[in-house]
Design a binder for this molecule. Sequence first.
Ligand SMILES: Nc1ncnc2c1ncn2[C@@H]1O[C@H](COP(=O)(O)OP(=O)(O)O)[C@@H](O)[C@H]1O
Ligand SMILES: [Mg+2]
Length: 304
Amino acid sequence: MKKKVLVLSGGISKERLISLDTGLQVAKELKKNGYRVKISEPDNNLKKNIKIFQPNVVFNALHGQFGEDGYTQSILESFQIPYTHSGVIASSIAMDKEISKKIFIKNKIKTPKYFTYSYDLPTSDLIKKIKKKLKFPVVVKPLNEGSSVNVYICNKKNIIKTLTSIKNYKKVMIEEFIGGREIQVAIMGNKKLGAIELRPKRKFYDYKAKYNSSAKTEHIIPVNLPSNKMKQLLDIALKAHKIIGCKGVTRSDFKFYNGKFYILEINTQPGMTKLSLVPEIAAYKGISFLKLIEWILIDASKKK
Ligand SMILES: Nc1ncnc2c1ncn2[C@@H]1O[C@H](COP(=O)(O)OP(=O)(O)O)[C@@H](O)[C@H]1O
Ligand SMILES: [Mg+2]
């Protein structure tokens, strides 16, 4: 008999809409193939929904804060129900760009230089610090968002205004800007699934470039890299997946500049619509959307 799957989507993060899309598409694909499916928000009704529906497994289609950062995972642990993707600790480490960067650096995985800023320096000192440590332009980003929400490329002229506009984060990351190509890698369990290159028409791979088809970001697969470089890239992604302690499917974001790969982050719950990057890489490798989802569900039942 086919499994009962509770698909968890929506939530209260800034990636709510993307998550609803992921959830809907995963649910549709499963229903079409004979699974019994219920979609739920991660709200006060979750416990009741689980009690009434009695799912065999939860497909966690949430993205961003509270859904991808260990919070929901710890609730699911307390319900003692198998759930997809990484466990509590790996999820919370991967969602925190500062902590994961420290782990990357410790393990000799190249990542852009950075420092964090807690709005505690006079602006002239901040500008001096950037000039000394990073040089302009720099990238300003929150520590725990996704989908490029509130990620900005800044120069000396606009950085203070940008920082002021996102002051509610209290602490942000200021990172060295890396030019060159943008390549992302999917890992599936302990397998290097493959890579895809993104060529945005916009200034960088921002929210619109990711989700508005009219922004016309080009997806390039296979990625044109010499085989030794491709191997190097896939090896780094697998190493990142392992040292953070991830499980299931992850997607790591890289910049490739001057022959070197720089990891930007690792995503423990990458987008799972039919048009998302991991399903696109999987399809290229001959793994259908259904097969990918089914693998994720089977993997969920294995110990974290
Ligand atoms: N240091 C950087 N240099 C150049 N571009 C960057 C840098 N950091 C981020 N970006 C651009 O911003 C996008 C989003 O940044 P990322 O760190 O992956 O955050 P998010 O979690 O929002 O996806 C990247 O895909 C890339 O296009
Ligand atoms: Mg990213």
